[in-house]
Write a protein of this length. Structure first.
Length: 213
């Protein structure tokens, strides 16, 4: 019995050390992030377990929307949108201008990701909104590190939250449907150019990934 008493604490220490090492491997510095694979960076959670404040995600932070394949994809920055239930399913929605290159990828593949980042990445995130990938080397000069999700979609290793979406609906807005002056001004701005009006993109949330902490 004495041997058993001494062995058990040793086993417990070894087991705890192994668990600690495993957890530590999930938490890396920015310098290490580029060497890690998707499963070492993110864990899957249910849409109902998203803990971030949606008003901060869409009202203060910026999201990067990405669609396409590993061989050819495009990203853009968005600020307007939300999370909720659409047609009985957990969903995201966001405003995109009709001439956005990324919207072409979303229409074609009908799947896309939305990524959010800590504030220290703000400058890198805003980069995706400064030019179009259609006629520039925007994606070749990508400031963030792309990663392929288990479902084959493109996201970014630096993201703190990734939502994968399946396209549900793209709606063209009408100024007649807006009743506040702020809403009318927002829509009128888009309709100054016939090719630059706003669309509302609705996507079913298929997967949610959260950065290991």
């Amino acid at each position: 019995m004495r041997k058993l008493v001494f062995i058990l604490p040793i086993l417990m220490v070894v087991s705890c050390n192994n668990l600690s090492n495993k957890q530590d491997s999930k938490v890396k510095s920015d310098e290490d992030i580029t060497t890690l694979i998707f499963d070492e960076l993110f864990t899957e959670i249910a849409p109902t377990d998203i803990s971030e404040n949606v008003f901060k995600l869409f009202g203060q932070d910026y999201a990067v929307v990405t669609a396409g394949s590993e061989s050819y994809f495009n990203s853009m920055t968005i600020a307007y949108g939300g999370l909720g239930i659409h047609l009985g399913l957990p969903a995201t929605w966001c405003f995109l201008r009709a001439n956005r290159y990324t919207l072409e990828f979303i229409r074609g593949d009908q799947v896309y990701t939305m990524c959010w980042f800590d504030d220290k990445y703000n400058e890198a995130v805003l980069y995706y909104g400064r030019m179009s990938g259609r006629d520039s080397e925007k994606m070749a000069n990508n400031p963030l590190t792309y990663v392929v999700t288990p479902n084959g979609n493109i996201a970014y290793k630096e993201a703190k939250l990734i939502i994968e979406c399946k396209l549900m609906e793209i709606t063209t807005v009408s100024i007649d449907d807006f009743y506040s002056e702020q809403g009318k001004e927002f829509i009128e701005e888009g309709f100054k150019d016939a090719n630059d009006y706003h669309k509302i993109v609705f996507g079913e949330i298929t997967n949610v990934w959260k950065k290991y902490r």
